[in-house]
Design a protein around this ligand. Sequence first.
Ligand code: URA
Length: 265
Amino acid sequence: MTGKLMLSANKRHVLDALDIPRWQLRQTEAVIEPVARPQSGLESPSKPMVADIPVDRPLPGNGSPDPTVVASPSIDELNWSDLYQRVAGCHACGLSQQRTQTVFGVGDQSADWLIVGEAPGQEEDQRGEPFVGRAGQLLDNMLQAIGLARSQVYITNIVKCRPPGNRDPHVDERDACRGYLKRQIALLRPKIIVVVGRVAAHALLETEEAVGKLRGGEFNYGTSEIPLVVTYHPAYLLRSPSEKSKAWSDLCFARERYNAVLAKG
Ligand code: URA
């Protein structure tokens, strides 16, 4: 199913969900190209996976190096499944005390598009999957509006455990999770990152600027060449539906930046 086909089939539903006046659709269809999917099997060699590494073993009691003991590999060396296991067993901050389970991320592990949110909410904590509540449904509609199915992107959060009462994650909690997202990005090697909401934008861009000021900025992820686009969090859009048209512009902007990456080759 191409993005374009999907957009046509669902356009009324999607545009209504985003409160986008239908007259904008012509413009969208003219500007937005269908998503170029990675050709399965062909991309793998350029996305090397890290080989399996021995599992964690206890350190010797006297503190001296024991040549028979293999130290835990660093996060930067883990492959997808070992990274998943590392996150599932993480107790690096207090959020691990109250979680039902960790929420690692979901989607195509060779996706070009990475969507990064803040932290799991109650439903995500229960189901172990990011963005499955009402905000998640809106996120799915936003993606559909630019021709992307949920299964075609990778979705995760900067923090993998639910903060109690859905409060913002504290700085130490964000820091404890930072290496996990960094490794997910290294394994995925996305062609574009869309960051939804203030908390995730602040963590990834190391700024305190309001999302309203960050929107439309031509950022890259860290020192990489991966374009990073900031938009409003879907939960915020549910509370402030009049801002949905701005999110729509942001996604069109993301699509333009993505097309520019593809054009560069
Ligand atoms: N909000 C987020 O930022 N992430 C989720 O997974 C759910 C809600």
